[in-house]
Design a protein around this ligand. Structure first.
Ligand code: PMP
Length: 407
């Protein structure tokens, strides 16, 4: 198996050449948002310089070219996650909007007071709050699958929570705060045995592993472009075609209708029924380019590279006295959350920044996880395809400096 050519990859990312406070940038905040390769930047630039126009409604040449690029991106994204058809790919603003779209649709058509949604303790706020809004509006209940001390999803507890009133399971594929990879195939099978559909928050999975929505059996799968080396402002809701077409429109407007009179409006089929208004054309095309970039990589080599970084980082960080790592799940993506006795996470973030190291400090939009471990915040280093061991060494050195300063 060929190793990932990290030197070549790094040359694709122009931002990695810059310095921060006179030091080479060490970007370890990939779980928040990843950097963009030249290929993505170029694709977006090319549209704007070469054929930019609104999509779907023009008779003119530019509109046809823009529409082809926009719909072509949808096709390639469908291929990337092995959707059965491009009609199953709805462009959204991001994962947050994708989850809200499903919550809204379920809320309008499928939920009665007393019905239940099962989520897990590992969820990002964007897969908690939309269900709470529904709960408060409709009187449904939210059941939460607990995790163990290592951050593993507790499968037996999950089975106990699935009941006759369960209408949807909404669960993350990979935790952004702990890195836990959930046992999705088993989670989905158990739900399907009870005829319960499953929505997966795949934000932190698609950058790290080959995702096949059909092999997983996911009914809905949401992710954001900007964590997949694509632009902001664009994301994806994959949904099984029959399920998507069973949901009501999310927003009303142009592009999503078949016909409109003042008396009555009929809607297009998915995905267009969910894409009201002028979409994020350039961003969708940029995400298509990001997917092309990922598709050209050997995913096994990518996973091996990132797992090696994870192990190296955990080993190096463990050398530091007073450092606690949160989340040691059996199956983990390249994310390390930790605290240091000597200093508050925000102070750590500020000091390592001076060494050129970008990491995250805070609750990572996953406050229930912080509560689970009794901390207000952690420091998080999250790795991507362009990171190296030398960068982890820089982080480790900077953490030693923090200890000297505060110790
Ligand atoms: N889910 C997870 C697991 C995430 O990490 C994030 C982003 N931090 C989101 C959902 C929300 O994504 P976005 O803000 O791009 O909509």
């Amino acid at each position: 198996e060929a190793a990932l050519n990290v030197d070549r990859i790094r040359r694709d990312f122009p931002i990695l050449d810059r310095e921060v406070y006179g030091r080479p940038l060490v970007y370890l905040d990939n779980a928040a948002s990843a950097q963009k390769p030249r290929q993505v930047i170029q694709a977006m630039n090319d549209v704007m310089e070469g054929c930019y126009s609104n999509v779907h409604r023009g008779v003119h040449k530019l509109s046809q070219e823009s529409t082809d690029l926009y719909e072509g991106a949808r096709e390639r994204i469908a291929g990337f996650i092995n959707a059965d058809s491009a009609d199953e790919i709805v462009f959204t603003r991001g994962a947050t909007e994708a989850i809200n779209l499903v919550a809204n649709g379920f809320g309008q058509t499928r939920l009665q007071p007393g019905d239940e949604i099962v989520i897990s303790w590992l969820e990002h706020h964007s897969n908690i709050v939309p269900w709470q809004l529904l709960r408060d509006r409709l009187g449904i209940e939210i059941k939460v699958v607990p995790i163990d001390e290592q951050g593993n999803f507790l499968f037996e507890d999950y089975l106990q929570l699935l009941g006759p009133r369960t209408k949807l399971v909404a669960v993350t594929h990979v935790s952004n705060a702990l890195g836990t990879v959930t046992p999705l195939p088993e989670i989905i099978s158990a739900a399907h045995e009870r005829d319960v559909p499953v929505l997966v928050d795949g934000c932190q999975a698609v950058p790290h592993m080959k995702v096949d929505v059909q092999a997983l059996g996911a009914d809905f799968y949401a992710f954001s472009g900007h964590k997949l080396y694509g632009p902001t402002g664009i994301g994806v809701l994959y949904g099984r075609k029959d399920l998507l077409n069973s949901l009501p429109p999310y927003q009303g407007g142009g592009e999503m209708i078949s016909s409109v009179t003042f008396e009555r409006t009929t809607f297009k089929q998915a995905p267009h029924r969910f894409e009201a208004g002028t979409p994020a054309i350039v961003e969708a095309i940029g995400l298509g380019a990001a997917v092309d970039y990922m598709n050209a990589l050997d995913f096994e080599a990518l996973a091996a590279h990132e797992q090696a970084l994870l192990t190296y980082a955990e080993n190096r960080l463990s050398e530091i006295e007073g450092l606690t790592i949160f989340g040691q799940a059996r199956n983990k993506a390249a994310i390390v959350s930790f605290t240091l006795d000597a200093a508050h996470p925000h102070d750590i973030g500020t000091i390592v920044d001076r060494a050129g190291v970008a990491i995250r400090a805070g609750h990572h939009c996953a406050q229930p996880i912080m509560d689970r471990y009794g901390v207000a915040a952690t420091v998080r280093a999250s790795f991507g395809l362009y990171n190296t061991r030398a960068e982890i060494d820089t982080l480790t050195d900077a953490l030693h400096q923090v200890k000297e300063l505060f110790g």
